[in-house]
Design a binder for this molecule. Structure first.
Ligand code: GDP
Length: 456
């Protein structure tokens, strides 16, 4: 979880869905990605469709990419455009994907387009499986055999009826690069911050009391332990954490620790050290100006963040009703997951830890270059930035250059033409398409001459 170490061109755990229009690529995407992490977002439109989502399939994590709507070719049946589309789609998907799911229609049988997509995949040497979709009933399974001539293992599936995914996903996951549990060597550093009395200590104690949590007692750090290492789960699935600067937080029934209460310097220091920061709010009091200041500090330090609204047992309003208020008072944190908890009753404590994991994963997102460029290009075409001094901004090429924070570099004709509203628009587009909940996103603009455009 150390920032910045992104190796571009290295095959990631990315699975791309490709195929001709109307075979059900989006349905398959939704079927696989459907189990969305249940976190309330401060933003109003809670669930959005997007191109890329982190998927956990039987404890295997990977990024799933939907190339379908991306090229605006679904539903477009003109042959010439489709052919260009197929190539572009395959190209886009395969720049970074480790495996492709070639989706076909079992009812329609093999079409020339399917053959063409398969050929492109083979040419690029990308492992693939064929999802013979729309096999809603077992009687249709036999129709899948015909697709074996595409040269990849074929699985009869039904996105609509959730059939056939288990064996197919086994074949999809098998070729994915193995990553060692990222938290084993580098525990996820979590800082808990907030005003005095919002319940930080109570929250920490609750988290550590969970039956799946094992607090690792490191010799010499027991009583006044400042950093508390702990694990959730066992064996290979165990996730390792380090709670930063919990001094004064672990003593149950502590008396007055006003000296240890919110010390600005201390809190800022722990934010700086953390991978993910949990900002604790008091449900009854709602977001105060001090909460906003702390939130701004977290954003400024480009940290992953989860907002926890504690003392939810005392609040009578519904979460749906409450969330927009938080969003309104802290709009700059609207991308952060909001979890309502009670340190007193234990309500949602586990979910808040899931949110921490989710944000940690989001800060490590790598966006495939092809898809990134397509998305930005489409967004740029949809909304041109206003001309600055009569000149327009042109975007030539976009690439991700780092994680935690997610750094996206734009090569443009003139960086001075990028104004704040357009920057905000591009950030919004990235979040809408790639999720990145709670993850800091930094956009960099670099000048590049037009003639160098083709060189990568
Ligand atoms: P800290 O200063 O942020 O560490 O806050 P504490 O953990 O010391 O909690 C401040 C007060 O709020 C204490 O009296 C706690 O018992 C109370 N408190 C903490 N969490 C909750 C909660 O979820 N519900 C209720 N009702 N009270 C809570």
């Amino acid at each position: 979880m150390t920032g910045g170490g992104l190796l571009m061109n290295e095959k990631q755990r990315i699975v791309a869905i490709v195929g001709r229009p109307n075979v059900g690529k989006s349905a398959i995407f939704n079927r696989l990605a459907g189990k969305r992490i249940a976190i309330v977002h401060a933003q109003s439109g809670v669930t959005r469709d997007r191109l890329m989502r982190e998927v956990t399939w039987q404890d295997e994590r990977f990024e799933l990419v939907d190339t379908g709507g991306l090229l605006g070719m679904d539903g477009d049946t003109r042959q010439d455009r489709m052919e260009v589309g197929v190539r572009a789609q395959v190209e886009t998907a395969l720049q970074d994907a480790a495996v492709a799911i070639l989706t076909v229609d079992v009812i329609a049988g093999v079409t020339p387009m399917d053959v063409e997509v398969a050929r492109e995949l083979r040419r690029k040497g990308v492992p693939a499986v064929v999802a013979a979709n729309k096999a809603d009933v077992p009687e249709r399974d036999a129709g899948a055999l015909e697709f074996e001539r595409l040269g990849f293992p074929v699985f009869a599936v039904s996105a609509l009826h959730d059939r056939g995914f288990v064996p197919m996903m086994k074949a999809v996951i098998e070729p994915l690069p193995v990553v060692t549990n990222p938290t084993e060597a580098h525990p996820l550093k979590v800082a808990i911050v907030g005003r005095p009395n919002v319940g930080k200590s109570s929250y920490v104690n609750r988290v550590l009391r969970n039956e799946r949590v094992i607090v690792t007692d490191v010799p010499g750090t027991t009583r006044d332990s400042i950093d508390v290492p702990f694990t959730v789960g066992r064996g290979e699935q165990a996730r390792h954490y380090l709670l930063i600067d919990t001094a004064g937080m672990r003593k149950v029934g502590k008396i007055d620790s006003s000296v240890e209460r919110f010390s600005h310097f201390r809190a800022m220091n722990s934010i700086t050290r953390a991978d993910v920061v949990v900002l604790v709010l008091d449900a009854e009091q709602g977001p105060s100006s001090q909460d906003k200041r702390i939130g701004a500090e977290i954003m400024e330090r480009e940290k992953g963040c989860v907002v926890v609204v504690n003392k939810w047992d005392l609040e009578e309003r519904t979460q749906r009703n409450y969330a927009p208020d938080v969003s309104r008072s802290m709009p700059f944190m609207a991308h952060c997951p909001l979890v309502f908890v009670s340190a007193k009753t234990g309500y949602n404590i586990r979910r808040s830890v899931e949110a921490i994991d989710h944000v940690a994963a989001q800060t490590q997102t790598t966006i495939p270059t092809g898809i990134l460029n397509r998305t930005v290009l489409n967004a740029h075409q949809a909304t041109h930035p206003p001309a600055v001094k009569g000149k327009r901004l042109r975007i030539f090429y976009v690439t991700q250059v780092g994680c935690a924070p997610i750094r996206i570099r734009f090569f443009v004709n003139d960086p001075r033409r990028v104004r704040a509203p357009y920057r905000a628009y591009l950030t919004r587009v990235l979040r809408e398409n790639f999720g990145l909940e709670g993850a800091p996103v930094v956009l960099q603009f670099r000048a590049r001459r037009e003639q160098r455009r083709r060189k990568r």
